[in-house]
Design a protein around this ligand. Structure first.
Ligand SMILES: [Zn+2]
Length: 378
C-alpha cells in the first residue's frame, strides 16, 4: 500500500510530517485511560471475574462434567484475554482454582477492590435435556417459573455455608417469599449492567452461534451484594449433550471467553466515549454549543471522586479541564488545536506525570485520537 497516492494518505502525510512514526505508535497505545485514585496514583479500571461454585460445591451436573470446572476454565481465559489485549485494566478473580468461596466473600472481593464491573460466570442445568441456550442475568425481580427455579438454584449455594441465615439476614433461597425484596429494591446500576449484558448476548448469538435466551432479571444474591454494575452469565446448559460437549471443548471455551472479552472491550469503549467535558474553574459543565470544536489536551489524572481544578491539586499545572464521565472523571491540562503542540506539551508534563498522554476532545467528548487528527487537518 502506498499511503501518499490516496486522499487520506495525503492528509496523513501532512500531519505526520516532522514526527517520526514510532513515537506516534507508542502514543496511540497510550491513549487508553490510566485513571488515578484520589491520591494522584494510577487507578486502573477494575473488573472482577467470578467463576461460580467450586470446591465442595460442583454446581450443575452434566453427563460427564461439572459446572464448577467449565466455568473456571472460561473465566480464566476471559481474564487472560483482557490482560493480554487491554493494558489499562486490572483483572481480579474470586477464585483461580477448584476451591469453595462463600457467596458473600465473592461480593466482598469486588466491593473492597472498588471494582467497576462484576462478571459472574455460570452454566445452567435443567431436567429437560433438550433445553439449550445462553442467557445473561442482571439484578431485578424474577419473572417466570423457569427463571425462578434457576435463580433459586444459584442462590442455594449459601446453604452450604456456615451460619447462612444470620449472614444473609434470614434470606431463605428456597422460599419464593424471600424473592419479594427484589421487586421492591432499586438497582442503581441497572442501566450499565443492562448495557454490558446486552453486549454479551450479542456476542454469544452473532459470533459464537449460541441460541440466545436473552437478557433477564433475577434476584441473584451475589449481584445484590455487589455495589457496581454486575451480571451473571449462564454460558449454556450442561444438561444438554451438545452444549456440554461445546463447553468442555478447548474450542468452545476459547469462543465463549473471547465473546465475553469482546463484550467487555465494547463496554469499556462505550463508557470512555460517554465522558463529557467541563472547564475551569469549578463546577459548571460546558454546553455542547460550539459545533465540531475539536482540540487536543494532555490527560494527567482520573478519579472516581471529583477534584477541584486548582493548580496545587495537579502539581502546579494550570489550564486544567475536567471531563466528567459515567464511571470516573478525567483531568487534563492544556488546550491545543495543533496535535504536534499537544505532543510537545505532553513531553513537558510527563516530567510531573510520567503516564500523561495526549487525548482529543470534540464538542465536549473524548474521541479517538485518530479521528481528531483526520478531522482537524483539512
Ligand atoms: Zn451456577
Amino acid at each position: 500500500m502506498n499511503a501518499t497516492t490516496n486522499k487520506s494518505g495525503y492528509k496523513w502525510g501532512c500531519i505526520i510530517g516532522s514526527i517520526p512514526a514510532l513515537p506516534l505508535l507508542a502514543l496511540f497505545l497510550l491513549t487508553l485511560a490510566m485513571p488515578l485514585n484520589g491520591n494522584g496514583q494510577e487507578r486502573k479500571f477494575v473488573v472482577v471475574i467470578d467463576p461460580g461454585h467450586g470446591g465442595r460445591d460442583p454446581g450443575a451436573l452434566g453427563a460427564t462434567s461439572r459446572e464448577k470446572d467449565v466455568v473456571l476454565a472460561v473465566a480464566l481465559k476471559t481474564g487472560e484475554y483482557i490482560r493480554r489485549y487491554m493494558d489499562d485494566i486490572e483483572v481480579i478473580f474470586t477464585r483461580e482454582a477448584d476451591v469453595h468461596v462463600d457467596l458473600d466473600r465473592r461480593a466482598e472481593i469486588a466491593n473492597s477492590n472498588r471494582a467497576d464491573l462484576f462478571i459472574s460466570i455460570h452454566a445452567n442445568g435443567f431436567q429437560n435435556r433438550s433445553v439449550r441456550g445462553a442467557e445473561t442475568f442482571i439484578l431485578g425481580p424474577t419473572r417466570g417459573e423457569q427463571n425462578l427455579e434457576l435463580v433459586m438454584k444459584e442462590n442455594a449455594v449459601i446453604l452450604l455455608e456456615e451460619d447462612y441465615s444470620t449472614r444473609y439476614e434470614g434470606f431463605d433461597p428456597k422460599s419464593p417469599e424471600s424473592y419479594v425484596i427484589f421487586t421492591l429494591m432499586q438497582n442503581v446500576y441497572q442501566k450499565q449492567s443492562l448495557e454490558f449484558a446486552g453486549l454479551v448476548q450479542d456476542q454469544f448469538r452473532d459470533r459464537v452461534n449460541r441460541s440466545d435466551r436473552g437478557v433477564k432479571q433475577g434476584g441473584l444474591l451475589v449481584l445484590w451484594m455487589t455495589t457496581m454494575p454486575s451480571v451473571l452469565i449462564e454460558l449454556g446448559f450442561i444438561s444438554n449433550p451438545e452444549e456440554e460437549r461445546f463447553m468442555n471443548s478447548e474450542e468452545g471455551q476459547v469462543y465463549l471467553a473471547s465473546a465475553i472479552f469482546r463484550a467487555f472491550r465494547d463496554y469499556k469503549n462505550s463508557i470512555d466515549k460517554k465522558s463529557v467535558v467541563s472547564v475551569a474553574p469549578g463546577e459548571t459543565r460546558e454546553e455542547e454549543s460550539e459545533k465540531d470544536d475539536i482540540w487536543f489536551t494532555v490527560q494527567i489524572a482520573s478519579t472516581t471522586s471529583r477534584v477541584g481544578l486548582l493548580s496545587e491539586n495537579f502539581r502546579g499545572l494550570d489550564n486544567l479541564h475536567e471531563i466528567v464521565g459515567e464511571d470516573r472523571n478525567r483531568y487534563t491540562s492544556g488546550r491545543f488545536t495543533s496535535y504536534q503542540k499537544a505532543v510537545a506539551y505532553r513531553r513537558e508534563v510527563s516530567k510531573l506525570f510520567p503516564d500523561a498522554f495526549v487525548t482529543a476532545v470534540k464538542n465536549g467528548r473524548i474521541i479517538p485520537l485518530q479521528e481528531a487528527r483526520e478531522r482537524i487537518i483539512r
